[in-house]
Ligand binder design. Structure first.
Ligand SMILES: Cc1cc2nc3c(=O)[nH]c(=O)nc-3n(C[C@H](O)[C@H](O)[C@H](O)COP(=O)(O)OP(=O)(O)OC[C@H]3O[C@@H](n4cnc5c(N)ncnc54)[C@H](O)[C@@H]3O)c2cc1C
Length: 482
């Protein structure tokens, strides 16, 4: 599929029609109200939040349409649908909130979309063990709100919280804004239930740990719908924080806040939210705060037990001052908290003809600054770029995630898009970083995934063909998904 401009075009081969017999059998499983074939429903499930598909969409072009959309309400219904898809050899695309940004939910080969949003119940809260069991289609916002009302937090707050699902988080190996304290989704998931491509229902045990071979949830974390449908999950929860402290510091150079954060984590403190903005992002997101002009900005949200939070605040201030940071109060953090789910400006810019996207990559501390400078330079060198900026978020004792934003008003949007992506992917691979920290692979990164994974790519291909010999599960995704 690869060509010079990029791995994809705006139209895909039209899929063969589904047989009436298949649709009738699926209808018997979910009921006529939950098997949709209307044009509106098919168009709504033709894509996710992949920016290039949004540009095509605005031009009236739809890359790929499913033939039908089913809304099962239970694991048993999902299992029956999957068995029917195997019997009739129908491609099947699991669908959560449709907020993936890499085309992972685009039904490349048509077939049936299985939208699990009706599987949205909180099944059990175990206060003693601090665990919650949910159906995987539960909406993120509803999940967090329900936990908050019971005195907990789930600790997983991606920017897409209002629209994404727990199943989608697991399928994409997601990371939330509060991840430095609470962990990424792979740290939060304790066990899962899933329907495999042969229709069998499999589960892992809800236990704190077990040494019984590779665990089911590890296989499915990041599988992007190509190995099965996640139907239930049990996750860690946390007592709702007793105290929250907001802190911000301004620095003259980006290297200094990176050093401050590295040292804070090295001392064993893990603030919930840590964000380091470069100068360009400060002028984009904090232009109302004039005192920050020309600076790098470091934001913290510290939360949890009151005594621990106070101590953490002391350590954070100490390390930031040592690196030359000047205390900037709560205001920038309050501004971030207020605006953190707001992406309307991006949508407006795309409507106005801009090409904009974000790319999240990660590396170890020793290469973090170089990765930042080299990827920004690589974006600036692409003809048509008018904006290239970055912030660091999601921190570890061994490294950090760099989140880049680029955009322009190029004459050839598609060519520009793939050149910009290529510039960052190739620079990251050269420097030994990972090409994705938390958005996943979908269609966009498929072109570079072999180089990212090396020989392990072949191992994954073998696992895929053993689990899904008919190749019906979300075909064409992840590079090794055939
Ligand atoms: C504005 C915005 C902000 C975002 N912020 C973040 C962020 O802070 N952190 C982050 O990690 N990501 C973020 N994302 C990316 C996206 O929200 C996440 O990848 C999210 O986890 C996708 O969940 P979803 O339910 O929308 O999945 P979908 O988009 O519906 O699906 C994504 C992929 O997972 C598969 N899938 C979905 N559900 C299941 C299931 N139950 N079983 C098996 N496969 C399944 C699909 O087939 C597809 O391949 C953001 C996206 C947007 C648009």
């Amino acid at each position: 599929m690869a060509d010079k401009a990029g791995p994809l075009k705006e139209t895909f081969p039209h899929p063969p029609r589904l047989s009436d017999a298949f649709l009738e059998e699926v209808e018997k499983v979910v009921g006529s109200a939950d098997l949709k074939t209307s044009e509106a429903e098919l168009i709504a499930h033709s894509r996710d939040f992949w920016p290039l598909s949004q540009i095509w969409f605005l031009k009236g072009k739809i890359p790929a349409l499913p033939e039908a959309v089913a809304y099962p309400e239970s694991t048993q219904e999902v299992a029956k649908i999957v068995k029917l898809s195997a019997k009739y050899n129908v491609p099947i695309v699991p669908y959560g909130g449709g907020t993936g940004v890499l085309g992972g939910a685009v039904p490349l080969f048509g077939g049936l979309v299985v939208d699990i949003k009706k599987m949205n119940e909180i099944l059990e809260v175990n206060d003693k063990s601090l665990l919650v069991k949910v159906q995987a289609g539960i909406n993120g916002w509803r999940y967090e709100e329900a936990l908050n009302s019971l005195g907990y937090t789930g600790g997983h707050i991606p920017q897409s919280l209002p629209s994404s699902t727990v199943g989608g988080w697991i399928a994409c190996r997601a990371a939330g804004q509060f991840s430095t304290k609470y962990g990424k989704i792979e740290d939060l998931v304790v066990s899962v239930e899933a329907v495999m491509p042969d229709g069998k229902v499999v589960k892992s045990k809800t236990v704190p740990r077990s040494s019984t071979g590779p665990r089911l949830e590890q296989l499915l974390l990041g599988s992007e719908g190509i190995l099965g449908i996640i139907t239930e999950a049990t996750l860690h929860i946390f007592p709702f924080p007793e105290k929250r402290v907001l802190l911000s510091f301004a620095f003259d150079e980006l290297e200094r806040p990176l050093e401050a954060v590295r040292k804070i984590l090295r001392r064993g403190f893990f603030p919930a939210v840590v964000r380091i903005y470069d100068e360009a992002e400060v002028s984009l997101h904090f232009r109302n705060l004039k005192e920050l002009e020309g600076k790098s900005l470091l934001l913290f949200v510290l939360e949890g037990d009151a005594k621990l939070t106070d101590l953490e605040a002391e350590v954070v201030a100490e390390e930031c001052r040592k690196e030359g940071g000047s205390f900037n109060g709560e205001e920038p953090v309050k501004h971030w908290l207020k605006t953190r789910f707001d992406v309307h400006l991006l949508a407006e810019m795309v409507k106005a003809g801009a090409v904009i996207d974000t790319i999240e990559i990660a590396t170890t501390w020793d290469k973090a600054t170089e990765l930042y400078h080299r990827t920004i330079e690589s974006l600036q060198a692409v003809d048509g770029t008018v904006h290239a900026s970055g912030h660091f978020s999601h921190f570890y004792q061994d490294g950090a995630c760099l989140y880049l934003t680029f955009g322009g008003f190029p004459t050839s949007p598609e060519e520009y898009y793939w050149q910009a992506w290529g510039a960052v992917m190739e620079t990251t691979l050269k420097l030994g970083g990972t090409i994705s920290h938390h958005h996943g692979v979908g269609l966009v990164r498929a072109k570079w995934i072999h180089e990212e994974l090396g020989e392990y790519f072949e191992v994954l291909k073998k696992i895929k063909s053993a689990i899904d010999p008919l190749k019906i599960f979300n075909p064409g995704k992840l590079g090794w998904g055939e």
